[in-house]
Design a protein around this ligand. Sequence first.
Ligand SMILES: [Fe+2]
Length: 230
Amino acid sequence: MAAMSDTFPLALTTACDWLRVKELEEQQRSLLRSVVCGFNQLLDLRDLNTGIHSTRLAEWAVRVARKLGLPETDLYQLEVAALLHDIGKIGIPDAILRKEGKLTDEERALMNKHPEYSWSILRLFPGFDKASLYALHHHESFDGRGYPGGLKAEEIPIGSRIVAVVDAYDAMISNRCYRKGLAHEEAARRLNAGMGTQFDPAVVCTFLETAEREVAEVFAVTGASPSAVI
Ligand SMILES: [Fe+2]
């Protein structure tokens, strides 16, 4: 009996500690979600993306990642990278970001720093190690001609290869004030043309299959209709 009364309070304490740890973990997750939303809002305010574009990007990225068999534990990291991969553009002067003509070599070199700036911001947050890495490499090319690392094929983190494809597609089909978005067929043709050079062929194939089957669903989930954008 004595042994039972000794162990019971201990078990209760352990259970309370466990609940407290779970509560703190949930608070940390909630705080990080708020940070991501805040950063996304900041990008909107600086006119560096649009809320709908980035939300749709995250939706496409997660769908493609699931089909490619990425572990569920990496999907939130990918979602964060899809939303915030360009956060480093905040460090690029407006005269370069908003320049209408061709960038000089010097301006281009500065512009190409934005993935490193994104990485340097995202890596500061606990648990964003993969998200920061995906952001760092989102302008690598499958053939090794991208930046900042000149990584090739599977050397490029899979999250970065996915962000590169979905970002390119969504940018192509989106209307901008200075041009109308491309039709899906033309955007698909350009992705196909970039397979093996700019883009990972497996990601392009999986993305295009997903886009053809799930476009209406993705636009419905993210609060827009394809006809409003395409
Ligand atoms: Fe970028």
